[in-house]
Ligand binder design. Structure first.
Ligand code: BES
Ligand code: ZN
Ligand code: ZN
Length: 492
C-alpha cells in the first residue's frame, strides 16, 4: 500500500530525491505549473516542446545532478481544460512512472491553479493509489509495487490532512469493488461473493446478514428466487448496514456472478465479460467500506441480490410469470433480462425502509452501452434534485453520468396481456424501458438508477486513464461516496 505524507511547502530545488513536476501544454512549449528557477528551469526548458509537450498523461523523466536528483515531468494537458480528473490522470501516470523506475519514494509539488488545495490534494492521492492497483490473485509471479511512499509538498492544515485521509479510505472502497468484480465467476459464486463481502466489512462495525434460498422464498422475493434457481449455486441477498447516525440512504447493486443469459442464452462473443455482471453489487460493498472508514454521518444500508444466471433443467423460462416482494407480477419474455428481476425485489425491500434516497447500480443493459458508449453511466431518476446532485458528483469524480428520460410511452412498451408487466420492452430504448421496469418497485421514494454496463470494466472503446487499469473499474464507489459526503455535511 502506498503511504502518503504531507510535507511543508518548499521550493523545488530544496527537495531531494525524485520530484514530480506538473506541466501545462502551452502554445509552443510545455510550461511548468509551478515556479521553477535557475538550473531547474533550464533543464525543463531544454526538453519542453520537443521531447515533452505536456499532453495529458504524458510523462518524462530526467535524471539530474542536483537536488532534486530526478524530475518526473507530468503532463496536465491544456490549462483551460484542467479539471480534477486531469490531476488524477497526470499524477496517476507519474506514480506509475516512478514505480517503473523502481523508486521507493517519490515527491510531488502541486500546480498553482484556481482550485481549493484540499481538492487538488485529494485528486492527486486518488490518482496515485488507484493507478497502482493490480489484480494479481491468479498470477504465479506477483510483482510487488516498488513505490511505497508519496510525499506531497503543500500547505499542511486540517483540510489537506483530511483530504489525504479521505482519498485513502475512498480508494480502499474502490479496491474492494475492483477485487470482487475482477474475480472469475467460478471463484465468486453467490456464496463466495457473500463471503468476500462479509470479509470486507466485518471489522468496520458494519452489520451484515445473508439471506439464503429458503428465507428469500419466505420473504416473497420471487425475482431473486426464480433467476437463481437455474444454477447449482443458490442465490443470496446480502444486507449490509452502517450506522453513522443521521438520515437513511440505501444503495442496491446488481450482482449476477455470471450472466449466461439463462434459457435465453447469450451468443459466445464476449461472454467471458459477463463475470463482470456483478459490478453493481461489488460497488455497493465498496461504498459501505468507504462510508464506514470515513465515518460518514449517515445511516447507510447496502442491498445486494446475488445470483448466477444459468440455463438448466431447474431454470426459469420464457413465458413464466413471477411475483415480486411488493406483490407485482411480471411475464418473462427473456431470461437474459434478469438484472431488473433481482433488483425489483431488492428495491421493493429497500422502499419499505423509507430512505431519504435510494440509489441502485447495475450493469443492466447492452442498450445503455449503445446509447452512451463507455464514457458515461446512464442515470434515471424520479427526483430532479437527486439527479442533479449525482450529475454534479459525476463531474467532480470523473465518473460521469448522463440522464435519460422516463416518459410515459416507455412504460407502454412493458404492457403484458397476462401479468402486471413484461420483463422486456423491445430493443428500442432498451436502457430506458429497463429503468422504467425498476421504477415499479421504488414506491414514492427518491430513487436513482445508474446503468453502469458501459463503465464497470474497461471495454474496447473505453478511454484509457492511468488510474483505471484494465478490468473492473470500481465505478460508482467514488460517485456515490462523494454524493454521500455532501449529504452528510449539510446536516452539521
Ligand atoms: N448483463 C446484461 C447487460 C449487459 C450486456 C451489460 C453487455 C454489459 C454488456 C443484461 O442482463 C442483459 O443481458 N440485458 C439484455 C436485456 C434484453 C434481453 C432486454 C440486453 O441488454 O441485451
Ligand atoms: Zn442478462
Ligand atoms: Zn445481466
Amino acid at each position: 500500500m502506498l503511504e502518503v505524507k504531507l510535507e511543508a511547502e518548499r521550493k523545488p530545488d530544496e527537495i531531494s530525491g525524485a520530484l514530480i513536476v506538473p506541466m501545462f501544454k502551452g502554445e509552443e512549449k510545455a510550461e511548468p505549473a509551478v515556479e521553477l528557477k535557475g538550473d531547474l528551469e533550464a533543464v525543463v526548458g531544454r526538453v519542453s516542446g520537443h521531447e515533452f509537450k505536456a499532453e495529458l498523461e504524458e510523462v518524462y523523466s530526467i535524471p539530474i545532478e542536483a537536488a532534486p536528483d530526478r524530475l518526473i515531468l507530468a503532463g496536465l494537458g491544456e490549462k483551460k481544460e484542467l479539471d480534477l480528473d486531469c490531476l488524477r490522470r497526470a499524477y496517476g501516470k507519474a506514480a506509475l512512472k516512478a514505480d517503473e523506475l523502481e523508486l521507493e519514494s517519490v515527491n510531488a509539488v502541486i500546480p498553482k491553479i484556481d482550485k481549493p488545495v484540499h481538492e487538488v490534494v485529494q485528486a492527486i492521492v486518488e490518482g496515485a493509489i488507484l493507478a497502482l492497483y493490480r489484480f494479481e490473485r491468479y498470477k504465479s509471479e506477483k510483482k510487488e509495487r516498488k513505490l511505497r511512499e508519496l510525499k506531497i509538498f503543500t500547505k499542511i492544515n486540517e483540510e489537506t490532512k483530511k483530504a489525504v485521509e479521505a482519498a485513502i479510505k475512498i480508494c480502499e472502497g474502490v479496491k474492494v469493488a475492483r477485487d470482487i468484480a475482477n474475480t472469475p465467476s467460478s471463484d465468486c459464486t453467490p456464496e463466495k461473493f457473500a463471503e468476500m463481502a462479509v470479509a470486507a466489512v466485518k471489522n468496520l462495525g458494519i452489520r451484515y446478514r445473508v439471506y439464503g434460498m429458503k428465507e428469500l422464498q419466505e420473504m416473497g422475493m420471487g425475482g431473486i428466487v426464480n433467476v437463481g434457481r437455474g444454477s447449482r449455486h443458490e442465490p443470496k441477498l446480502i444486507e449490509l448496514e452502517y450506522d453513522g447516525g443521521g438520515d437513511l440512504y440505501v444503495a442496491a447493486g446488481k450482482a449476477v456472478t455470471f450472466d449466461s443469459g439463462g434459457i435465453s442464452i447469450k451468443p459466445h462473443e464476449k461472454l467471458h465479460e459477463m463475470k463482470f455482471d456483478k459490478s453493481g453489487g461489488a460497488a455497493v460493498v465498496g461504498i459501505l467500506v468507504a462510508a464506514a472508514l470515513l465515518k460518514l454521518p449517515v445511516r447507510l444500508i447496502g442491498l445486494i441480490p446475488v445470483v448466477e444466471n444459468m440455463p438448466s433443467g431447474s431454470a426459469y423460462k420464457p413465458g413464466d410469470i413471477i411475483r415480486f416482494r411488493n406483490g407485482k407480477t411480471a411475464e418473462i419474455i427473456s431470461t437474459d433480462a434478469e438484472g431488473r428481476l433481482i433488483l425489483a425485489d431488492a428495491l421493493a425491500y429497500a422502499a419499505e425502509k423509507k430512505p431519504r434516497a435510494l440509489i441502485d447500480l447495475a450493469t443492466l443493459t447492452g442498450a445503455c452501452v449503445i446509447a452512451l458508449g463507455n464514457h458515461a453511466s446512464g442515470l434515471f431518476s424520479n427526483n430532479d434534485e437527486l439527479a442533479e446532485k449525482l450529475i454534479k458528483s459525476g463531474e467532480e469524480t470523473g465518473e460521469r453520468v448522463w440522464r435519460l428520460p422516463l416518459w410515459k410511452p416507455y412504460y407502454n412498451q412493458l404492457k403484458s396481456e397476462v401479468a402486471d408487466m413484461k420483463n422486456t420492452g423491445g430493443s428500442a430504448g432498451g436502457a430506458i424501458t429497463a429503468a422504467a421496469f425498476l421504477s415499479n418497485f421504488v414506491g414514492d421514494n427518491a430513487w436513482a438508477h445508474l446503468d453502469i454496463a458501459g463503465t464497470a470494466w474497461t471495454q474496447e472503446q473505453s478511454e484509457q486513464k492511468s488510474y483505471i487499469p484494465k478490468g473492473a473499474t470500481g465505478v460508482g464507489v467514488r460517485l456515490v461516496i462523494n454524493f454521500l459526503m455532501k449529504e452528510g455535511k449539510k446536516k452539521n
